[in-house]
Design a protein around this ligand. Structure first.
Ligand SMILES: [Zn+2]
Length: 334
C-alpha cells in the first residue's frame, strides 16, 4: 500500500468522501497533493471486506489483493507510462508489444484499455463487494476513450463505482464532469506535510528544503527523492545552469529536468516582479539580467519541450539542449 494513503490529510479526505456515498467522484486540483493515493484509498474502501468510517481495513483478502495489484474487481485506467511508474501490471498484449518493441508505452489512456474497462463494468463482481474503476490522470483520455467512459457513467451497469483524478478538470468533457461529484484536493496543514515526510525517512532540514523545492506538495517530494534530487543538488542547480553544466541534469529524465527548469524560470520571474521566490532560496538564484520577456519566452519553450519529453528521441541530447537554452537565457542582457 502506498505510504501516502495513510498520510493524515489524505485520511481525512477519505473519511469525508466515504461519508457522502457518491458512486462517481472527480478528484481535482494541483498534482502532488496525493490525488492518486486518495483515489486508491476510496476504491480500496469500497471493495474492502471490513471497511470502517475511516476507510479500508488494510488487512482483508481484498485489501491484500489491491496491495499486490491484482484485484479482480478493480479496473485501473492509466496511461501505460504511469502504470509502469506506479507498479501496475499492463495487459498481457500491451506488455508483449512493449517487450518486443513493437511500440513504446502509451502516454495516453488507450482505447483498448477503455474497452477492457467497459467490459469489466458489465461483468458480475468476483468478491461480492461491487466493482471500482479508477481513472488517473483523467485528462489523459482522448475523445474516444472519454466518450466510452461517459456511456458507462451514464448507465452504470450494476454495482460499479468510479473515481477519476485530474489536475486539469477543465479539459474533461463537461458531460463527464457533470456525472461526477467533484472534490477539490485539500492541502496538508503546514507541519503535517513535514512530519509525514520525516516519517518517510527524510531528515528535518532536508525535508523542509525539498518541500520548498516542490512548492509545498508532499507527494512530489517523495518522487523527487526517489529520483535522487537532494537539497544540495537543488541549491546548486541555478548556478550550474548559468555555467552551462549539463552534467548537473545527468540523473534526471528530460521531464524531470524540464520541471526543475520551469521552477527556476518561475522564481526568476517572481524576482523580476520584486516578489519572494517560491522554490529556491533567494541566495541560490544566479545573477541574471534576463528581462521578463526573455524569461517568458523561455518558459514557453520549456512547455513546448514538455510535450515531447516523456520519450524523447535522445534523452542525453535533450538535456544538453535544455542546459544550453537555460544558459543563454540566464546570460541574456535584455
Ligand atoms: Zn480490507
Amino acid at each position: 500500500m502506498s505510504a501516502a494513503m495513510n498520510a493524515p490529510w489524505i485520511a481525512r479526505q477519505t473519511s469525508d468522501l466515504l461519508a457522502q456515498r457518491g458512486h462517481a467522484w472527480l478528484l481535482q486540483g494541483p498534482s502532488g497533493l496525493g490525488q492518486y493515493e486518495l483515489a486508491l484509498a476510496l476504491a480500496s474502501a469500497w471493495l474492502c471486506e471490513k471497511p470502517t468510517v475511516q476507510g479500508a481495513c488494510g488487512d482483508c483478502p481484498s485489501c491484500h489483493a489491491i496491495a499486490v495489484r491484482t484485484h479482480a474487481d478493480l479496473a485501473v485506467l492509466m496511461p501505460e507510462t504511469v502504470m509502469i511508474d506506479l507498479g501496475w501490471p499492463l495487459s498481457e498484449k500491451a506488455q508483449d508489444d512493449i517487450d518486443k518493441k513493437t511500440r513504446k508505452p502509451s502516454k495516453e489512456i488507450r482505447v483498448d484499455a477503455m474497452r477492457d474497462a467497459v467490459e469489466f463494468s458489465q461483468r458480475t463482481d468476483a468478491r461480492g463487494r461491487g466493482k471500482a474503476v479508477l481513472v488517473f490522470p483523467a485528462e489523459r483520455m482522448n475523445t474516444i476513450t472519454a466518450n466510452a467512459l461517459l456511456k458507462t457513467l451514464e448507465e452504470p451497469p450494476g454495482d460499479v463505482r468510479f473515481v477519476l483524478a485530474t489536475e486539469a478538470s477543465h479539459t474533461l468533457l463537461p458531460t463527464i464532469r457533470s456525472r461526477c461529484l467533484a472534490h477539490t484536493m485539500k492541502w496538508p496543514e503546514a507541519d503535517e506535510a513535514l512530519a509525514w515526510l520525516t516519517e518517510q525517512g527524510l531528515q528535518g532540514p532536508e525535508a523542509s528544503a525539498l518541500l520548498r523545492s516542490a512548492g509545498g506538495r508532499p507527494t512530489d517530494v517523495l518522487r523527487q527523492t526517489e529520483a535522487g534530487l537532494s537539497p544540495a543538488w537543488w541549491a546548486a542547480l541555478p548556478k550550474a545552469m548559468r555555467q552551462g553544466d549539463a552534467r548537473h541534469l545527468a540523473d534526471l529524465s528530460p521531464a524531470q529536468a524540464i520541471d526543475a527548469l520551469q521552477k527556476l524560470c518561475h522564481d526568476l520571474l517572481l524576482r523580476q516582479l520584486g516578489a519572494a521566490p517560491r522554490f529556491f532560496e533567494g541566495a541560490q538564484l544566479p545573477d541574471s539580467k534576463a528581462s521578463t520577456a526573455v524569461l517568458t519566452d523561455w518558459f514557453k519553450r520549456l512547455m513546448q519541450s514538455a510535450r515531447t519529453a516523456e520519450h524523447p528521441f535522445n534523452a542525453g541530447l535533450m538535456l544538453e539542449a535544455l542546459t544550453s537554452d537555460a544558459q543563454q537565457t540566464l546570460l541574456s542582457k535584455g
